[in-house]
Design a protein around this ligand. Structure first.
Ligand code: PMP
Length: 365
């Protein structure tokens, strides 16, 4: 009996039977450009500050941490600006956990969430894990979403939770604030919680608006962010949201007590104190992102405009063999399962060069 058969003998929930765990392949190659990390790593001064902050926690490690992670909420509010205070902030182990907690609080059996694929593939999985239904909306052929279309689809579906991802993963493109406004209004009838997932917002082009400025007067609106991308802290697992204080109170009803460890809190606070240093590589990443878009266009592929740290590109006859060819050349990128397309993270200049020259070589054969 193999492991899969042994699993099927367990009294697993019916809706989990036959499912596979989500996750991109973890393959050890020199150039990892598949999960939209910040590949620059943590700068030395930030590393030293984090090390000291964590060391300072060790004396009190026999005690549970601050359940309300007050210092971290204060630091996150200061980072976001837009008049946010600690009451507006909630954090968890990655923004995935924040999204899961929102589904636990506002979704559940008999309720449904809605997303607009192609978008972040965890949304339906988080819904399924929390017993929440999931319905999908549609985008235009170029993957854009107009305020009119989004609002009409929301009115037709009357969901309880709506995911808007901006900049969107995997396409990379940001949504206009008018889409968020229209969706919020259209969700009024079903009292929908509207989650704008801004995991990649720090990489957006200048002038791309954040939904943070829409929060005042919109108690059903939530803006989700993460320290996994621009802050180069994916390994620390810190995500957060900004919303009306009562949304944070709703999430308090479902969170596990002490869900953010003292080590996590100390790491995140120290990182935020060193945000200038940690975010210094964002500009370098944007340059590589724009370089990828330019180069791919030049070689006849069709990259989508990107406000994120990755590029989604089409025009490939056989994406699987391109993905395999790059892997053989030591470059791991992402096949997101969309015909003719692949997605690549913008890394350092050298990593980007490795990707571009590998791709050119493959397409020339
Ligand atoms: N939202 C989006 C759009 C993402 O792409 C990701 C990570 N790939 C997340 C949320 C979750 O990130 P984390 O849990 O590391 O904060």
């Amino acid at each position: 009996m193999d492991q899969f058969e042994r699993l099927s003998q367990l009294p697993l929930r019916d809706d989990l039977r036959g499912q596979h765990p989500y996750g991109a392949p973890q393959i050890d190659v020199p150039v990892l450009l598949n999960v939209n990390e910040n590949t620059f790593g943590v700068p030395l001064d930030a590393k030293e500050a984090i090390l000291k902050a964590v060391a300072d926690e060790l004396d009190g490690l026999n005690r549970y941490p601050d359940r309300e992670f007050t210092e971290l909420r204060r630091a996150l509010a200061a980072y976001l600006g837009h008049g946010m205070t600690q009451e507006n902030i909630w954090a968890a182990n990655g923004s995935n956990e924040v999204l899961q907690q929102l589904l636990q609080a506002f979704g559940g059996p008999g309720r449904k969430a809605m997303g607009f694929p192609p978008t972040y593939s965890m949304y339906p999985l988080l819904a399924s894990g929390t017993g929440t239904g999931f319905v999908t909306g549609t985008r235009a052929a170029d993957y854009s979403l107009s305020p009119e279309s989004a609002a009409e689809q929301v009115r037709a579906q009357a969901p309880h939770i709506i995911f808007l991802c901006s900049p969107n993963n995997p396409t990379g493109t940001a949504l206009g604030r008018d889409v968020v406004e229209a969706v919020y209004e259209a969700g009024e009838a079903s009292q929908a919680i509207v989650i704008v997932d801004e995991a990649y917002m720090e990489f957006s082009h200048e002038g791309t608006p954040s939904a943070l400025s829409l929060l005042p007067g919109r108690p059903r609106l939530v803006v989700s962010r993460t320290m996994s991308k621009a802050f180069a802290l994916a390994g620390a697992r810190v995500g957060y949201m900004a919303a009306a204080p009562e949304v944070a109170d709703a999430v308090r009803l479902v969170r596990l007590p002490y869900h953010l460890s003292a080590i996590t809190q100390a790491t995140a606070v120290a990182a935020l104190r060193n945000s200038d240093s940690l975010l210094a590589n964002v500009e370098a990443i944007k340059i590589q992102r724009d370089r990828i878009v330019d180069e791919l266009t030049r070689i006849g592929l069709t990259p989508a405009p990107s406000d994120s740290n990755f590029v989604f590109f089409g025009g490939l006859e056989d994406p699987r063999s391109v993905w395999e060819g790059l892997l053989a050349a030591g470059v791991l990128i992402r096949d997101v399962g969309i015909a003719g397309h692949l997605r690549v993270t913008a890394g350092t200049e050298q990593e980007t060069t490795a990707f571009l020259s590998g791709l050119r070589a493959i397409l020339a054969t």
